[in-house]
Design a protein around this ligand. Structure first.
Ligand code: SF4
Length: 432
């Protein structure tokens, strides 16, 4: 790297940014709380998606104190649709620390900011530079890509040592007195011009000295070893309809206090793992994702074995499996009546293929009797009369604390992961 190329980069990038900077809601002022919320929302999420969420969130929780005082369910509800819900929980925990330790004001102190819950080195750098104009680097994947290309760096950016080196480089590039604007300029270049798949070199403000471009490597940089692909899982979910006093309602449950999607609401569902294979298809694992891919893989496997099940047979098998698993795991007896549809949901480490079945409510079984329930479920699945006789009485039983009957009006108050929002929205729309 030459000093001239580095100076050119800082100068040209900054003046480009001051000319084209987008008018985004978190750029209205330099309030550190506003910067903090925007940076957390923008992790793993596109700017266009974040804007409406950010505006609603700031209206509801305009200060760290307002966020700290809010019930967690309300915060999660405001985050519904953005995904990665631990971000919302950590943000609220951080806001509570700001209230208890710093009088409700995000401090102009790097160590104190870095120690807040959910605030890592990137967010610390973003808050310190954008809100307080401190010369701190804010290096995320976007920035590593831009700097790897401009300086033609061929080290693996998945390695911590590479990140440390790029952070030092980014810090050395910050023009005096312009840390906030410069860091935002880097982010803006990565978002608008030096994009992951198709860098727009011809419109790039720093094209003239870009070493990656001169070496013809702009499309292969940055070097990054691949993360493990997400693991596919088939989930069997039930839309369990009520009758009697719960007619027109369906049964939902709240997830445990910790772990994946903690405390969010969902349809009761189980992992489909016939024979210990959680996907129901080893070929599907190889193909990686998608209901269509999995169906094709399953079909191929079955054909090879000389017996391809029809979709109808596959759904019947899954419905029976779901009924048995729900009774074994939850003591919840249901009678699946038909296949409703399917939905895919991609997490960072898992892909859910959710197969959804309509089902009628049977009854609850206390834990001691769960084994008996499994046997019953097998017999009862065959008998509508059995369910009709038992369900009216059973629905008036007290529900376990994490279950409740809901109608469409309750969707406004409970936070669901996106996949269940989509399923329930389609389900309620069909009934209209
Ligand atoms: S010239 Fe191309 S590769 Fe280099 S920084 Fe600009 S957009 Fe990226």
């Amino acid at each position: 790297m030459t000093t001239e190329a580095a100076r050119y980069f800082s100068r040209e990038l900054l003046s480009w940014y001051l000319e084209i900077r987008r008018d985004l809601p978190w750029r209205q002022n330099r309030d550190p709380y506003r910067v903090w919320v925007s940076e957390i929302m923008l992790q793993q999420t596109r700017v266009d998606t974040v804007i409406p969420f950010y505006e609603r969130f700031m209206e509801k929780f305009p200060t760290a104190a307002a966020l700290a005082e809010a019930p967690e369910a309300e915060v999660l509800k405001s985050w519904e649709g953005l995904g990665y819900y631990s971000r919302a929980r950590n943000l609220q925990a951080g806001a509570r620390e700001v209230v208890s330790l710093h009088g409700g004001v995000v401090p102009d102190d790097k160590e104190a900011v870095a120690s807040l819950r959910g605030v890592g080195p990137y967010t610390t750098g973003a808050i310190m530079s954008i809100a307080f104009n401190r010369p701190e680097p804010a290096v995320d994947g976007n920035v590593m890509r831009v700097l790897s290309r401009y300086f033609c760096l061929e080290e693996d950016i998945a390695k911590p040592a590479t990140r440390v080196g790029i952070e030092k480089l980014a810090a050395s590039l910050i023009p005096e007195g312009s840390a906030g604007d410069f860091n935002q300029a880097l982010m803006e270049l990565g978002a608008l011009v030096c994009t992951p798949k198709s860098p727009g070199c011809l419109t790039c403000p720093v094209l003239q000295h870009c070493e990656g471009r001169m070496a013809g490597k702009e499309h292969i940089l940055p070097i990054k070893t691949k993360a493990k692909p997400p693991r596919p899982e088939t989930r069997l979910a039930a839309i369990i309809t009520g009758s009697g006093e719960h007619a027109g309602r369906i049964l939902v449950r709240q997830r445990p206090e910790s772990g994946l999607l903690a405390q969010m609401w969902e349809l009761p569902h189980v992992l489909f793992a016939p024979g210990g294979d959680s996907t129901g298809s080893t070929a599907a694992k190889r193909r990686g994702r998608g209901a269509a891919a999995k169906a094709a893989a399953a079909a191929a496997a079955e054909t090879a074995a000389g017996a391809a099940p029809s979709a109808l047979e596959q759904h019947a098998r899954q419905a029976e499996y779901m009924s048995r698993a729900l009774s074994a795991e939850e003591g919840l007896l249901v009678r699946p009546t038909s296949w409703w549809g399917e939905m895919e949901h991609v997490f960072s480490h898992i892909i859910w293929d959710v197969q959804v079945f309509r089902a009628e409510f049977g009854f609850w079984v206390q834990s001691a009797a769960k084994q008996e329930a499994v046997t019953l479920a097998g017999a009862a699945a065959e008998s509508a009369v059995f369910y009709e006789a038992s369900s009216a009485a059973a629905e008036s039983q007290a529900l376990p604390a994490n279950y409740r009957w809901i109608g469409p009006e309750h969707m406004k108050e409970l936070a669901f992961p996106n996949v269940f929002v989509r399923i329930l929205r389609d389900y309620w729309n069909e009934l209209d």
